[in-house]
Design a protein around this ligand. Structure first.
Ligand SMILES: [Zn+2]
Length: 185
């Protein structure tokens, strides 16, 4: 039985199989992070996790915003080809990021699902908060750094500033284009 298990392991390794999807394993993505982050023209982002809820930073909804004071917990850093492709890099590595978040934070282990958010690795405040905003006109979710809605152009208005953008579901990158390094400790 043991030999069979080892054979299967060897076969799946040879086929590039992993529970995170083809080619997406922590050692490989960590190597990719180190290689890619050392090159010019890439974007390094810090990724955070928090219990999933329906809260978006909605314009004019201060009560909803203040109700949720749970901190965003650090997961690690990822590298993507550009700031515009960070959510795609997160989506590509999402199962890996979820596993790392659970490994790093006891309170996340019991949760089936939680939200991921990201900010530029150099621009984060001590207690990062969500600054991405939902457009009051069309409902599109916009990045923390945006001044206008990317969908309809409506100005950001009174939506609070912050360093984190919510990582919404999006299309994926080629896995070779991104990397991940877990937060220390
Ligand atoms: Zn809009």
């Amino acid at each position: 039985m043991k030999a069979l298990g080892l054979t299967l392991l060897a076969l799946s390794a040879a086929a590039g199989w992993s529970p995170f999807g083809a080619g997406v394993t922590l050692p490989v993505q960590q190597q990719r992070f180190q290689a890619l982050a050392a090159t010019d023209g890439v974007f390094v982002a810090a990724v955070f996790a928090r219990q999933h809820n329906s809260e978006f930073v909605a314009v004019g909804d201060a009560s909803l915003r203040q109700k949720d004071t749970r901190p965003w917990l650090p997961v690690g850093r990822i590298v993507a080809p550009s700031a515009a492709s960070v959510t795609a890099a997160i989506e590509t590595q999402r199962p890996l990021l979820v596993t790392a978040a659970k490994a790093g934070h006891k309170k996340l282990r019991v949760l089936r699902d939680f939200s991921l958010a990201w900010g530029g690795a150099d621009e984060l405040e001590a207690e990062p908060r969500l600054g991405s905003f939902r457009c009051p006109a069309c409902g599109a979710q916009n990045d923390a750094s945006a001044d206008d809605c990317s969908n309809c152009g409506t100005p950001r208005g009174d939506a609070p500033r912050g360093s984190l953008s919510l990582a919404l579901r999006t299309s994926k990158l080629e896995v070779e284009q991104c990397g991940f390094e877990p937060a220390p400790g």
